[in-house]
Design a protein around this ligand. Structure first.
Ligand SMILES: Nc1ncnc2c1ncn2[C@@H]1O[C@H](COP(=O)(O)OP(=O)(O)OP(=O)(O)O)[C@@H](O)[C@H]1O
Ligand SMILES: [Mg+2]
Length: 260
């Protein structure tokens, strides 16, 4: 049962939903949305009955959910953009809706480019602000940041940590850029503009750490090229190959404009 939940009737609603989930024997998704008092909310559970492969990929589900809750609380404490945590307890959390994941703005009926640019800039500001407060997200892919038309908010803090090291912060940025490169393919103007927002706002030691990742990323490229031949349509591998060149472009551009 939830431990916190100031909203009238919300805890009873959550208890009902948890029971339904248990009865579905793991067939129901561990993240679901529902409407309560006219508002769209999201419920996330630590599902321990996932298939073995997913359990191995996700690690300890209960610990991941505790990190998620800690991340959401950290964001709220520092006035940073993340959905409000409305209720939480062992193995469960409920948060406010934060709009569409950024991945949706780039797929299907994609959003106009100026909206994509605004959403990406807002996401980069949010990430840099989290880093400025001393935390790391852990895996800010496009699908882990939501956009409501005016503000980007980080979600899915399962790998959150604070205090974080500059290299963890740099890795957040690289993971985000990698996710964007899966769509953009190379350092397009949209990509460069977004990347530069983080360079402008993030703590300087995190920028130095990002530069120090470049040799490793370049070192991996020949092996990745071989892998790409075996898996020609794999977007993740293709984006990893493009990553060091794209990152160097934005880091050099930033240095040339006096950004250090
Ligand atoms: N507050 C929210 N507002 C809008 N959408 C949300 C919200 N919370 C979750 N979602 C949706 O649910 C999806 C899954 O949520 P979340 O990323 O927290 O779970 P997850 O199981 O850790 O996901 P994954 O491991 O696939 O990234 C999100 O990508 C998003 O589409
Ligand atoms: Mg996620």
């Amino acid at each position: 049962m939830p431990e916190t939940g100031p909203e009238t009737g919300l805890d009873a609603e959550i208890a009902r939903r948890l029971q339904a989930m248990q009865q579905s024997r793991g067939k129901q998704a561990r993240v679901t949305s529902f409407t309560h008092d006219g508002r769209r909310l999201w419920l996330k559970c630590a599902e321990s009955r996932l298939p073995l492969v997913q359990r191995l990929q996700k690690g300890d589900a209960a610990r991941a959910l505790r990190a998620d809750i800690a991340g959401l609380r950290f964001m709220a404490r520092h006035g940073l953009p993340a959905p409000a945590l409305l209720s939480s307890g062992p193995g469960v959390l409920v948060i406010a809706d934060a709009g569409a994941p950024l991945s949706v703005l780039f797929s299907g009926r994609a959003a106009p480019e100026d909206e994509q640019a605004r959403a990406l800039a807002s996401a980069m500001r949010a990430l840099a602000a989290l880093h400025g407060a001393g935390g790391r997200h852990g895996r800010p892919k496009l699908r882990d940041i939501c956009w409501d038309g005016a503000q980007a908010r980080l979600i899915d803090f399962e790998r959150f940590r604070a205090p974080a090291r500059p290299r963890d912060m740099a890795l957040d940025w690289l993971i985000f850029l990698h996710s964007l490169l899966e769509i953009e393919r190379n350092a397009t103007p949209l990509f460069r503009r977004a990347a530069r927002v983080w360079l402008r706002d993030a703590p300087p030691p995190a920028l130095d750490a990002a530069r120090r990742y470049l040799p490793l990323l370049r070192f991996l490229r020949p092996a990745l090229r071989l892998l790409a031949r075996l898996r020609p349509g794999n977007k993740e591998i293709r984006a990893l190959i493009a990553l060091p060149g794209a990152v160097k472009t934005v880091l050099d551009g930033h240095a040339a404009t006096g950004g250090g």
